[in-house]
Design a protein around this ligand. Sequence first.
Ligand SMILES: Cc1ncc(COP(=O)(O)O)c(C=O)c1O
Length: 444
Amino acid sequence: MPTSSTIMDANSFRPEMMDSLDEATRTLVKRREILGPSYRLFYQEPLHLVRGRGTRLFDADGTEYLDVYNNVVSVGHCHPRVVDAIQKQVAELNTHSRYLHENILNYAEDIVSTLPEAINRIMFMCSGSEANDLAVRVAKAYSGGTGIIVSSEAYHGNTALIEKLSPALGGDQPMAIDMRMIPTPDSYRLDTDDLGTWMADQVRAAIADMQRHSIKFAGLLADSIFSSDGIYPTPAGYLKPVIDAVHEAGGIWIADEVQPGFTRTGESFWGFQRHGITPDVVTMGKPMANGMPCSGMAVRAEVLDAFAQKTPYFNTFAGNPVSMAAAQATLNVMRDEDTQGNALRVGTAFRDAVAERMNAHPCIGDVRGSGLYIGAEIVAPGTKTPDHATAIAIIEDLRKRHVLTSVCGAGGNVLKLRPPLVFSMDDLDIFLNAFDKTLTSLHL
Ligand SMILES: Cc1ncc(COP(=O)(O)O)c(C=O)c1O
């Protein structure tokens, strides 16, 4: 089966591998047919995980794995302070946000205090998709336009509105008629020493094309490290002229912080802060509550108004006291354990160590990243041609060595190295040891 969706199919189990599975795994995989064919499993031999602690996961046989992939359990699997906060609150009360409760207010005030002063409202949802969905509705109401720009391998979620703004979903997924794609800011392949100006020009061209088709520009929806595009965080600051171009044309920038937010990049709490720019809307999700379904959309009050004065919003499970307790405990741990400092320290050592291997292993064409979000391009040696098959061979071999990673990018060839934020130097040693053995055993 060819890769039809870069984000869903690059590292996925294929039904024709069924016969090679042991009986217990095959039974579970077969039982999953009840879920229908849209679901994808990771790895040729899917993993059956039953327990997690910190940066480690354990399968049903008790085998331990190092998690170098997970940015949902930001402060580590089953962090005791988050578990405790959830347990206490769920034993007390869990209900929706149409009654007064302190948890939602305490958390709202706390998280808004981490954002630029201009962003002074926050609403809660249950997933990143829902946060982006509401953000796009808000952008449309504020601007009076419908045209949204995204990058060409963007993934922003799965609602009816957002899937049409998520080209990485691929397959037969139709894109929105008033959406325009700009190319990935591919710092590795593009022939420019001014990525920001190049990208601002792409944005201006997309807006001009909208105008030619009588589409009023509403805004740019982008995550500041272009994670599904293949991880392009550098140079810090390159997004400044891009956002200036958006504002010049009367649009707004929705900073999708689902991936780079919550100290991930090590250089700042939010990914956009590395670029010295203030978004109009910030969406957040995955790492927010260490695995509890919880997301948010923060926004300038005047941007929210056009939507909120006319449209009521209710989301049954969003902002409930248990989710808010989990989010608050996660934020407290991020501060107390200095996950930002850890992401910078360990992430820099991580990126440098992988880059050091480029000479001996010419299949590694480029290593880039910020904090604990690192991408390593696997290419045909001596070229910049993506080598998807080798990237998959690497992650499959690492899995056999009990190290979990994945791939991203249009070519499905960028190793995605994105562990929980509490990843330590000892964890890094374990990864490097396995990585060296993988590269040598595959003769790379
Ligand atoms: C950048 C980005 N935005 C939004 C989403 C959607 O989040 P969710 O899966 O919580 O709906 C994702 C999920 O992978 C993402 O990577």
